[in-house]
Design a protein around this ligand. Sequence first.
Ligand code: ADP
Ligand code: ZN
Length: 721
Amino acid sequence: MSPTVSVLLPIPVERPYTYRWEAEGEPVPGQIVQVPLGNRQVAGCIWAHAPDDVAPDKLKPVRRVFDCPPLTESLQSFIGWVARYTLSPPGMVLRMVLRAPGAYEPLPPHEALRSTGLEPERMTAARSRVLSLARDGGAWTKSGLAHAAGVSLGVITGLAEQGSLETVMIPAGPVVPLPDPEYGRPALSEEQRSVAGDLSGQAEKGEFVVSLVDGVTGSGKTEIYFEAIAAAVEAGRQVLILLPEIALTSTFLDRFEARFGARPGEWHSDISPKKREQLWRQVATGEIRVVAGARSALFLPFADLGLIIVDEEHDPAYKQEDRVFYHARDMAIVRGQLSKAPVILASATPSIESRVNADRGRYHYYRLESRYGDAVLPDIHRIDMKKYTPPRGKFISPVLHKAIGGALEAGQQSLLFLNRRGYAPLTLCRVCGHRFQCPNCSSWLVEHRFRRQLQCHHCGHAEPVPEACPECGTLDHLVACGPGVERIAEEVYGAFPEARTLVLSSDLGGGVKWLRLELDAIAKGECDIVIGTQLVAKGHHFPLMSVVGVIDADLGLANGDPRAAERTFQLLSQVTGRAGRSGGASAGYLQTYQPEHPVIAAIAAGDREAFYEREIAARQATGLPPFGRLAAVIVSAANRAEAESHARAMRKAVPVTCGVSVLGPAEAPLAILRERHRFRLLVHAETPAQLHHWFRDWLNRCPIARGSLKVQVDIDPMSFV
Ligand code: ADP
Ligand code: ZN
């Protein structure tokens, strides 16, 4: 019997700690335990790792072994894998798993009511309905019984007082009912059926394969992957559906319910701690079969994961850039492999990475060319802004203005898309030229007119809009330069005062929950004109939308990032794809100063393949992902010289390896963030080889000497600021 045991803790250390084992039986790797750490008690996980060679009596004991299924071997391997790949301490990955402190013990039993068989003194129709229900079936919650019998809670209380109902304690049941694979099975089109058949076959077999379902918006990708979910549920296994956080609307959940007769378990930032704990526990026990969640759901403790769906797989929101930098789509594939579960990636605009993997035969590839039913894709028009210039201080060209008016008359919706929050991205003084800048970051302050504030979009700094210029003191001479969504809204209020107009932007208060409600309201047709940032582009189904106008189609192209063209293509295709989802003519308008730009031209011509061919060739020629690998290193410090000298020292210490080169250091485009000065180095590997050994070696050569210095590694970076 081993008297010591390794326990991995959710803290930033490389190795598990060693504790004394006094509990009954042998420790089992994956078991969740409570141990002392300093003067705290923390939950950790028994880890398959040789304990340190220390006499047991010198060690603190494991305090408690939770009554909870141990983390599966595949999840333990996943934690290790993610840690190695992202160069993060395994404890920080474990921290993403142990996210529900109350869940490690069984959920407490709850009060329920049961019939005692005693008649009440006075019988009423309501009472008799309650009692006949209660006599038939076991125990009921108070509100459940009142609801089922269609009576008020008072009737139930009355019956309990009379002794006709008694209180009993029952174990907590599943928080969501089991999905029924047969419940609302649709009749699939022939094209859909063949894809769904293949995917269901994979889910039945339960082997790891990756499939890319590449189908235009509205082709029925969701209906198709629902069939694979049905097959996995029938096979008795669990399913994870990953969606970008904002796409987890009640419309999606309702749709799942219409198909399966029950909602999936939900996991996103807006779930209450109690629901979070229930879900975590019941995912671990296997009681919950299907979870729809944002990227962090990838770290839930599934008992038997049998299928992973990554919807909108190209979405940049899958990249987490905080503490552990990971890409949820890429890690989903790893988790699928370790769990022997098939993975389905779905998108109307797949990432270049996934397309290349499909082209090379690593992924199964399914293509859906047309929308389901009568729905047709919108006609896309380019509006050359050099010819059709809007009046001074306005941003909607006459052509787009007319289209919006037409939709309004026909009782249909329009969407105006501009990926810029606030009223104006820059404010300056007309007299002295002073520009308002963030005191903490090297960025301009963005005017938010609804709130009468100037805000920094990087650190959250906000100040009231002053009446006078702080530099020259002139009153009332500040001018807003360029548009944000609020400014477009102002133009729309003026041009279409009778329309119901809604502005959708992540900063307008109320958080994710409010945004979901607004998205549902749009889907129900409760507004006429929607003005929004990229939030509106994400996979939503808006049946009444017939016009989509992109205010500035060139916006993303100016960006120096290696994925600028890909992002712009995806965003513009997705946003114009919101139009015409349920039949009838529809149109997308791209306002642009460069109508001949290949990305704009490909979208206008509906020629996706032209875009993919060109972009893949360009990536191959330059060795950019997925042909080569990138990794970013950000060195930051409170003081500029300190950050710069460490970045330079790192450059000098680069281990020489064939095929790996390092660029920089250069001052980051966002040179100061939250009062920290930032320098970037970019690692480029010619082949997609794993870089972690090389990186460890490098980082070990450059120990961090002093206080404020921080080195952050971002493998496969998506953002380059
Ligand atoms: P995608 O996920 O590719 O954008 P969806 O699955 O959302 O496409 O389908 C678009 C619309 O068409 C939805 O309203 C969906 O319910 C409907 N639809 C697609 N396929 C079918 C089908 N076989 N039977 C009935 N409705 C379908
Ligand atoms: Zn700032």
